[in-house]
Design a binder for this molecule. Structure first.
Ligand code: SF4
Length: 357
């Protein structure tokens, strides 16, 4: 049976090698080659016996993705990657450069079944969950391609991470394992539309990592119009969880808020939101909507976004307006997939700015 190496934890790798009559330390060697050195094939693993490398090459593939296309911003070094999975799914990731270091935003699913109406990625539903290896390779291939030491990760691309929780958790454990890449948990941010079971598990499993909740509205009446999940998990439930998250983890929580013209960007919406968040250690990340013709929604003006932010701040709620990175290649977001034969464009606005504090 074919086993993708990066779908296994280090413990599972040990069992894999033990079953082949190999010493457990082989697992540590392979793990280090994959995550610390970003090896693309077993031939690079020169401290393994040649016969073992050849056997592994045949029945334990290392790479789960192939770079189909990439675009590089000449302004700020942002790179957008289109990857193809072994079964032909097309997924996107974004590499970004910040003052504090480099970051990658990865997708957690091929498609999405959450159905947020302002989002092009979810329009065709879910194709499938991405595996831990496919999640890792989005980061590892970007690191190898850019030659940059990536120390920050955001799981905010296409898909709902809490709807693919087990694979996302295994991926996070693998990339934070000190025997490999050793990414700091505090340098990781995961964004959710508000799937409560996953958020509860995340608080228990990864309390040191950052959580961002896509709120997008100050009340259920507006939220349920744009996010079907709002009917399952209301604003009140999210706020109650957020207060517990902050108390239990000691971390600030981020709320994502896509600004949609006249739907959720009026002064009274800012006031209601500020009232909801009073006293909570949080940051509101305001994101002007990316225009998607089929949705019928329009982005808020820059002036409305600024006024919304200032109104929140005046009431004591910290807020940022997303900085545009890779603006010279933004138009190609989704067109990467279209150009490669995908039937549905991706909305580039999934790829949010890293809210790491
Ligand atoms: S915004 Fe996120 S959760 Fe909602 S449909 Fe799009 S990918 Fe899914």
């Amino acid at each position: 049976m074919i086993t993708h190496m990066k779908n296994l934890t280090r413990e599972e790798l040990r069992a894999f090698f033990a079953a082949r009559g190999e010493k457990p330390f082989r697992a540590d060697q392979v793990f280090e080659w994959m995550y610390r050195h970003g090896a693309r094939d077993f031939a690079e693993m020169t401290n393994l016996a040649k016969s073992l490398r050849e056997n592994l090459e045949n029945d334990a593939p290392l790479l789960t993705l192939k770079i189909e296309k990439s675009l590089i911003s000449t302004r700020d070094g942002t790179r957008k990657y289109l990857y193809r999975t072994a079964d032909g799914c097309l997924i996107e990731s974004v590499f970004m450069k910040y003052r504090f270091g480099s970051s990658v935003c990865v997708s957690s699913q091929a498609g999405c079944r959450m159905g947020c109406v302002f989002c092009a990625s979810g329009q065709n539903g879910l194709t499938r969950n991405l595996t831990p290896g496919e999640l890792s390779d989005q980061l590892l291939l970007a690191r190898r391609d850019t030659g940059e030491d990536i120390r920050h990760l955001v799981v905010m691309g296409t898909g709902e991470p809490m709807d693919n929780y087990d694979n996302v958790l295994k991926f996070l454990k693998n990339i934070t394992d000190p025997a490999g890449l050793g990414l700091g948990r505090r340098q990781i941010s995961v964004s959710t539309c508000g799937l409560m079971p996953g958020m509860e598990r995340f608080l228990r499993d990864m309390p040191q990592a950052n959580l961002a909740i896509s709120l997008h509205a100050p009340n259920d009446a507006i939220r349920t119009r744009i996010m079907p999940i709002g009917k399952v998990c209301g604003v009140r439930d999210i706020l109650a969880f957020a207060r517990r998250y902050v108390a239990d983890s000691g971390r600030k929580i981020t709320f994502e808020y896509v600004l949609i013209d006249r739907l959720n960007d009026r002064p009274e919406h800012a006031d209601e939101l500020a009232g909801n968040l009073r006293g909570l250690n949080c940051l509101v990340n305001l994101i002007p909507l990316n225009h998607v013709a089929e949705t019928g929604f329009a982005p808020s003006s820059a002036a409305a976004a600024r006024a919304f932010k200032e109104r929140l701040e005046a009431k004591g709620v910290g807020a940022t307006v997303r900085r545009e990175l890779g603006s010279d290649i933004a138009a190609a977001c989704g067109q990467l997939r279209l150009a490669a034969g995908a039937d549905q464009p991706l909305n580039g606005d999934h790829f949010f700015e890293n809210p790491i504090d």
